[in-house]
Design a protein around this ligand. Structure first.
Ligand SMILES: [Zn+2]
Length: 340
């Protein structure tokens, strides 16, 4: 019998939770929460592979990597196992009767979802549905999911992931078992980057810039002129210099991440102000720009970081992204005026 493994870096809490379950004691629906880029969807895919693996086992976690089912998971990046369905993003209500499968359609409608949830397993085992970065277009779409909880079909496991659980209806959230995925350590981000196509030097830099998030590390490594980090940096250094630059970075999808990047610049700015040029910086690639900023007093730094935390909380409500970025701009500019 081949050895079972579960190839996930980090996520100790969720791993310990599932390690004590059997296939009979697993619940119908889980919600994985935590910051973007810490491996929630990766964990969910490996969990799905574990549940569908044909190797005989009682436990939940672990797959052999060699059975027919595992081969389907390895075949393509988007797994095409007939009993594993994955969708990322907004769930719409929609009333399309078109015979579109889960994969063929860009948009997942609540009706598709209900139909998928009621289908029988192809292999006679379980079915696993992963709804990544779940968001609902309307309350109607969310309500469609409630049907599932009223009468959960046998053998179906629903896995939802989100970095903004506060946006889910409490009627849905209360029926999910919630597991929190913490930020990754710098060493873990480096380790994950090494399993991808990054060499040691890039992995080190990415781990430093990623601050616990693989998504952020990858975004930072791609020195694309239009990467989110580049746009945020351009805006931040101009605002800190007293200018009113055009704001291009704040959209519904990028706001939280953009604010996280701003926080890292403010922390670096603080470190640089306190410890001078010997300060260890996260943004080693913006060393020069940080050095040219005026001194930031610790008391102002604390106030600024608190304002950014506030902005992140507001960003998770339905306030427009532009309004949030404007609040941040005023906080940054206000810092300058108290100094003057
Ligand atoms: Zn297998």
């Amino acid at each position: 019998m081949s050895e079972l493994h579960f190839d996930v870096i980090g996520a100790d809490g969720p791993r310990a939770y599932f390690a004590q379950l059997t296939r009979d004691s697993i619940a119908h629906a889980y919600l994985f929460t935590g910051p973007p880029g810490v491996g929630k969807k990766t964990f969910a895919r490996r969990l799905a592979q574990s549940l569908l693996c044909e190797a005989p086992k009682r436990e939940v976690l672990g797959y052999d990597g060699t059975c027919n089912s595992c081969r389907l998971f390895a075949a393509t990046e988007a797994a095409r196992h007939p009993d594993f369905l994955e969708h990322t993003g907004v769930l719409k209500i929609g009333d399309s009767d078109a015979a579109l499968g889960f994969y063929e359609s860009e948009e997942l409608t609540a009706r598709d979802l209900v139909r998928q949830l009621s289908m029988q397993s192809y292999s006679g085992g379980m079915r696993v549905l992963l709804l990544g970065d779940i968001d609902f277009a309307t309350h109607h779409a969310a309500n469609a999911l409630l049907k599932f909880f009223e009468e959960p079909p046998r053998g179906v496991v629903l896995l939802l992931t989100t970095s903004a659980p506060g946006r889910l209806l409490t009627t849905i959230r209360s029926r999910l078992i919630e597991l929190r995925f913490p930020s990754l350590s710098q060493a873990q981000v480096r380790q994950i980057l090494r399993t991808m196509d990054y060499d040691e030097e890039q992995a080190q830099l990415g781990a430093s810039l990623g601050q616990g998030s693989v998504t952020r590390a990858i975004a930072a490594l791609g020195d694309d002129e239009e990467s989110l980090r580049t746009q945020v940096a351009r805006w931040f250094f101009a605002v800190a210099d007293g200018q009113t630059p055009e704001e291009t970075w704040a959209t519904r999808d990028t706001l939280d991440e953009g604010l996280e990047i701003l926080k890292s610049f403010v922390r670096d700015w603080t470190a640089r102000s306190v410890a001078g040029s010997s300060a260890p910086l996260v943004a080693v690639d913006y060393q020069q720009e940080l050095g040219e900023l005026p001194r930031l007093e610790p008391v102002d730094a604390i106030a600024l970081l608190a304002k950014l935390d506030d902005a992140q909380r507001i960003a998770r409500t339905n306030v427009t992204p532009t309004m949030v970025s404007e609040l941040v701009r005023m906080a940054l500019t206000g810092r300058a005026s108290t100094r003057a």
